[in-house]
Every structure is written in structure tokens, then in C-alpha cells.
Design a protein around this ligand. Structure first.
Ligand SMILES: [Zn+2]
Ligand SMILES: [Zn+2]
Length: 243
């Protein structure tokens, strides 16, 4: 049983510095545990073929970790705005926990996360912004440590996925807290460079890791992360030459 009043009183008492520190620690723990687990899995497993057979670049993992820490710092800076928003009524958590609502909100946040990523990612591929996104594409072959490996400006924009969603709807506290967990799991899998379902078509829902590895190899296609449909819709609406 979750004690709603206790959680609310704890969050209400947190100041700016606590928000910053808790966010920094929380994202560091999430990043390190899931990226390291994913990395150990891909170097030890023999069940799945790699999408790209090339090795990682020299110094790649260290560069990804350093850049990811800068992104985590951006997430912590964003938490100061969240703290301000919560203290001044711009944002509100719904502290009651209802399982059915939680599941619906998780699904909504997953879809929002996909849509938001697609828009930001597509924007960073515009000629004027690509010089920043090139930091992520430093990883020709992605690794689970690529998950947060961005230029600080992209880290800041991608990290805003949560406060932007909360601006429109008062989500349950626990569904908002689940978003970074869901996101890092999908991120580590999507950057695994493993082909989990080799028999599936590239546009299948199951081919997410294949699509994202191929995006790192050739940055002109597959801009969506997990779902294939946003690229399809975009191409149908805006591209003249879709094969
Ligand atoms: Zn990537
Ligand atoms: Zn890209």
C-alpha cells in the first residue's frame, strides 16, 4: 500500500538543492545500471546477431559516459524548474495511486515520449542544428552507453519531455516517476546494436534496435525511436520521393 500523504509531504518539503541532487543521483543510477547491464549482455551473449559488425571506436564508451553525465547534469538543472513549477502551482502531481489510471498514463507517456523524441530528433537533423547532434552520431555503432550521449543542448531539450507533459496534464506521481525508468530501458535496448527479431521486416514494431543502429550508420533515415509509424507518417506527408 502506497502512503499517498507521506509521499506528498516528502515532495512538498524538498527544496531546490534536494531536487537537484536527487535528480542527479537518480538518473546516474538509472544510466549506469541499465547501460552497464546492457553492455555486459551484448558482449557476453551469443544468441543474437549484431546489426553492424564493426567494432566500437577507440575511446567511444568513455566519450559516451562523459557526454551522458553532461546530459544528466542538464536533467538536474531542469529539475530546478520542476521544483519551481510544483511550488508555484504550474505543475501538480496526482498523489492518489489507481492501477488502471497508472497503466493508461504509462501508455500515454510512452506515446508522448516517442512523439516528443521524434520532433526533437528531426529538428536536430536540420542543417543548422546538426553540428550539435553530431555528438550523438559520434557513435557509428551504438552501445547502451550511447543512451544519454548528447550535446548539452540536446540533453536539455530531450530532458524537457517530462515538464512539457506535466504542463498539460496532472499525472499520477508514480507514472511520472516511471517515465525515466521506461525510457532508459528502451534506450539501452534501442542502442544495443542487436537484431532481436532478424526475421522481421525493417518497418516492423519489433525491429526498433535494428532501425536505430541503422540510423547511427546512415543518419538520413529512421528518425523515430521505438515505433516505426512516425517516420511513415512523416514520409507520407512531407517527402516527395519515398520508395
Ligand atoms: Zn541513438
Ligand atoms: Zn540522429
Amino acid at each position: 500500500m502506497l502512503n499517498e500523504e507521506l509521499v506528498k509531504s516528502i515532495v512538498d518539503q524538498l527544496g531546490y538543492s534536494e531536487f537537484f541532487i536527487i535528480t542527479f543521483i537518480m538518473f546516474s543510477v538509472l544510466y549506469f545500471s541499465f547501460s552497464a547491464l546492457g553492455y555486459l549482455f551484448i558482449i557476453r551473449q551469443k544468441s543474437f546477431k549484431k546489426v553492424q559488425s564493426k567494432p566500437f571506436r577507440s575511446e567511444q564508451i568513455m566519450t559516451e559516459v562523459k557526454r551522458s553525465f553532461v546530459s544528466i547534469l542538464m536533467f538536474a538543472i531542469l529539475s530546478l524548474w520542476m521544483c519551481y513549477g510544483l511550488k508555484n502551482g504550474i505543475y501538480k502531481y496526482n498523489y492518489s495511486f489507481k492501477f488502471q489510471e497508472y497503466l493508461i498514463e504509462i501508455l500515454a507517456l510512452f506515446l508522448w515520449n516517442e512523439f516528443y523524441f521524434f520532433i526533437v530528433h528531426k529538428t536536430f537533423h536540420l542543417k543548422i542544428f546538426y553540428k550539435y547532434h553530431v555528438d550523438h552520431h559520434f557513435s557509428f555503432v551504438p552501445s547502451p552507453f550511447s543512451a544519454y550521449s548528447f550535446h548539452w543542448s540536446e540533453g536539455l531539450l530531450l530532458g524537457a519531455v517530462m515538464p512539457v507533459a506535466m504542463f498539460f496534464y496532472d499525472f499520477e506521481f508514480w507514472s511520472i516517476m516511471s517515465l525515466p525508468v521506461m525510457s532508459i530501458i528502451l534506450n539501452a535496448l534501442g542502442h544495443s546494436n542487436l537484431d532481436f527479431f532478424p526475421d522481421k521486416d525493417i518497418n516492423s514494431l519489433y525491429s526498433f534496435s535494428k532501425r536505430h543502429s541503422l540510423h547511427h550508420q546512415n543518419p538520413h533515415k529512421h528518425f523515430g525511436f521505438f515505433l516505426p509509424w512516425l517516420d511513415m507518417i512523416y514520409d507520407r506527408l512531407f517527402s516527395r520521393n519515398v520508395s
